[in-house]
Design a protein around this ligand. Structure first.
Ligand code: NAG
Ligand code: NAG
Ligand code: NAG
Ligand code: NAG
Ligand code: NAG
Ligand code: NAG
Length: 263
């Protein structure tokens, strides 16, 4: 027990002393990274009817697209994204983990996406004595946490070589539009590319693109995830896309749903 603990501490100390060497090591290989931070929209959800079960998010779909043109790109979301996290809980949890990883792989981080904010509203249930006041307070908290803590931490850790992006949510709560508008404003002012899911998940596409009609669940399904990823992909600059303008991209059936994918 003690021996285990001691060697654990020893490893921790070693790790603390090694960031420079790790850096040097990772620079020797040609791996680069896509980091997904956030809640279940970033991590993934299961379709219980899928056999075998598969946990899938737009981040997985985006990685598939990016990987085509960036064969050495690795994807990391485990321990960096988790269902249920809020703009407060993520700071000392998943965000800290992610920024540590990013700093120890400095120069190799190419893409960073984030989804956060929706879960902050969970406490404002209809039983709350003043729901609109509660939502308003939370919105200000989300704004502050994102603008003053989360985004600065991400950009400091990821550096200038990374492209940063985010999406809004699909949701049915009354405050949804205010949240979406606020998220777009903050992200855009901080140089993030943003996909507004309200332009993808509409009354016409909700059953095809989310689990809403099937499970009364607002997460994007596999098809929806791929559409979101395609729109986001079109906003990023991916090295090979500039070499082969249009080829992959126009050919993708998903994109033909959104010929003017300037969403
Ligand atoms: C870089 O990646 C290519 C393709 O994956 C691989 O063949 C090559 O060995 C890698 N180079 C280094 C230095 O790791
Ligand atoms: C941070 O990462 C470690 C593994 O590196 C993991 O054990 C821990 O649960 C992670 N923390 C969070 C909040 O995800
Ligand atoms: C809820 O809070 C808002 C803002 O503080 C206030 O204007 C409103 O009157 C309150 N509503 C109720 C029902 O207390
Ligand atoms: C975001 O932070 C910047 C500086 O860190 C500040 O100038 C700006 O007013 C903030 N925006 C919001 C919406 O809080
Ligand atoms: C979408 O559906 C909702 C609920 O059925 C309805 O209130 C809303 O007006 C519809 N929006 C459009 C643009 O048709
Ligand atoms: C939704 O899916 C159905 C069945 O696959 C298809 O017929 C329909 O065109 C799709 N609608 C949209 C808006 O993609």
């Amino acid at each position: 027990m003690l021996a285990g603990k001691t060697s654990f501490l020893f490893i921790i100390l070693l790790l603390l002393c090694l960031p420079l060497e790790l850096n040097a090591k990772s620079k020797g290989s040609n791996k680069t990274y896509y980091i997904a931070v956030g809640d279940s929209f970033a991590y993934c959800v299961f379709d219980r009817d899928d056999v075998p079960p598969r946990c899938y998010a737009y981040t997985d779909a985006l990685y598939e697209r990016l990987k085509e043109n960036n064969p050495n790109l690795e994807f990391r979301k485990k321990h960096f994204a988790k269902g249920g996290v809020t703009t407060t809980s993520i700071i000392t949890g998943q965000l800290l983990n992610a920024t540590k990883f990013m700093k120890s792989h400095s120069g190799l981080i190419k893409f960073v996406t984030i989804n956060i904010g929706r879960n902050d509203f969970v406490g404002c249930s209809p039983k709350h004595s003043n729901v609109s006041e509660c939502l308003h307070t939370k919105l200000e908290r989300i704004t502050y946490n994102l603008n003053n803590t989360i985004i600065p931490m991400l950009k400091e850790a990821g550096g200038e070589g990374a492209q940063y992006a985010a999406t809004t949510y699909f949701d049915t709560i009354p405050y949804h539009d205010l949240l979406a508008d606020r998220l777009i404003d903050i992200y855009t002012k901080n140089g993030f590319k943003v996909v507004d899911l309200r332009q993808i998940i509409t009354n016409d596409t909700i059953c095809n693109y989310t689990y809403w009609c099937k499970h009364h669940n607002g997460h994007p399904n596999v098809i929806g995830s791929r559409i979101i990823a395609d729109v986001l992909f079109s906003k990023l600059s991916s090295p090979v896309v500039t070499h082969f303008p249009d080829s992959n991209f126009i050919a993708s059936p998903a994109v033909t749903h959104f010929p003017d994918s300037n969403l």
